[in-house]
Ligand binder design. Sequence first.
Ligand code: ISL
Length: 552
Amino acid sequence: MAIDRKWWKEEVIYQIYPRSFNDSDGDGIGDIKGIIEKLDYIKNLGVDIIWLSPIYASPNDDNGYDISDYYNIHPEFGTMEDFDTLLDAIHAKGLRLIMDVVFNHSSDEHAWFTESKKSIDNPYRDYYFWKPGKNGGPPNNWQSFFGGSAWEHDEKSNEYYLHLFTKKQPDLNWENPKVREDIYTVVKFWLDKGIDGFRLDVIPLISKRLDFSDTNLPAFNDVIAQVYSNGPRVHEFISEMYNSVLKHYDIMTVGEGPGISTQTGLDYVGHDREELNMIFHLDHMFLGHGPRGKFDPVPYDWKDIKKIFNDWYKTMGDSGWISIFLDNHDFPRLVSRFGNDKEYRIESAKLLAMLILTMRGTPCIFQGTELGMSNVKFDSIEDYKDVETINYYKEFTATGMHPDEFLKNVHEHGRDNVRTPMHWNKEKNAGFSTGKPWIKLNPNYNEINAEEVLSDQNSVYYFYRDLLTFRKREKTLIYGEWKVLPQNSEDLYVYERFDSNYKILVILNHSNHKHIFEADLKKYSLCFQNYIKTDTNELMPWECRLYKGMND
Ligand code: ISL
């Protein structure tokens, strides 16, 4: 096989959103000790790499994606000693840990920014982007990801600073070599502790288009791709970070990639690039986002999803690598978005598990997805905690959208859908906390929880576990090539992974209807199926199967 073998291609990532995972001290917020308590659960599932969403000191304007001290742990989560214990415990179980780190911006409470704000001639002024206004307003018409202008006025200096996210997340100025040096020192600090890599938040945004000209693109997604991402020095910065620090460690890096398309993907992850090991491209996550983003939805269907998978496979070939995922802490639960979380919740959750674990790329599973957890529908905006949801609620309702219609969009697309606490059992607060959880629970925890799925051999959990065990053994699923077998129905996704020895056939009926698929099964044996065993060419709604055969 031509393709390079690497541990980070063979292993599977499990994302922990620490605030909502497990609370050990009853303050209603998940914490590091809570994660330690659940490491056996994670190990038994059969995943390998834990991706930990940010746990650094932070005022929590954006739940930790606004870091005020890269060298300290947020007291809500524990201490540095707790972190060291966690890392040791993870390694003792043969698991790995990658840290989520945010270098496009810091918190406005970071010492760099508080200095920077003090005066125009402060030595830290150039750590951020400060500009005079234009015609009595901000320097340009850029909008923040979370609504409103991307510039905030500072009374004292009468200048504006850039924040592509909230005004408490000022963008760091990577043009300044001192900023880059300070960032690489942070990277080295964590790697020297022995972590196994990083998830790098919004990495394509770190190089700005310095003319800061107005954009006239009507769709926000195009602004992200053409104005905010892929700036002129982005590759120079990433490869500098790689060559100064990353390359000296046996680690993995995954860049979160809003605005990275199939045209630019290999520039970040090509094996010859000395940049990143893989990216989370967001093409399928941004499906359905209208001109004003996720709360301005437009229709899409499985044809679009499949085209994105096809295009990315072709783009990467043997030269680069991506992660395969269908949800994370920014997007709805996969079963609610891509499956049917009502009459076929279990079947469709299993089908989506099969999709994630059989495509070429490193699978990533978000906490609770292995239980079959689904979206939540809070009745009142007061119950939502996410800054994106709250900001856009104000903006959309002020410009005429009825609050109920906005809430309907939040039920479909809001980030709090995935941020409700993990369901461990049917006890108080689903076993997540003995105190008052920082966000309400999804009321369906009586039916969907870890205790329940562990006691049911036919559960979504065991489907994940068995497929994960299978994937570990079958290198064809990791390195093998991929090809689609065309079908008569648009509701089917049938593909084969193959190498010179084996063929693995995956059959997915992603619909509420029965269908007949076309494939010659003579040389195959059935390994997985989400219905009681049948071996005919008729598929039940949301049925999925996996067959294996020799490639001769
Ligand atoms: O969820 C999104 C918008 O609706 C995405 O565009 C998301 O904001 C984008 O992918 C960047 O996400 C990352 O950076 C943000 C943080 O809020 C997200 O949680 C993080 O994943 C700012 O740090």
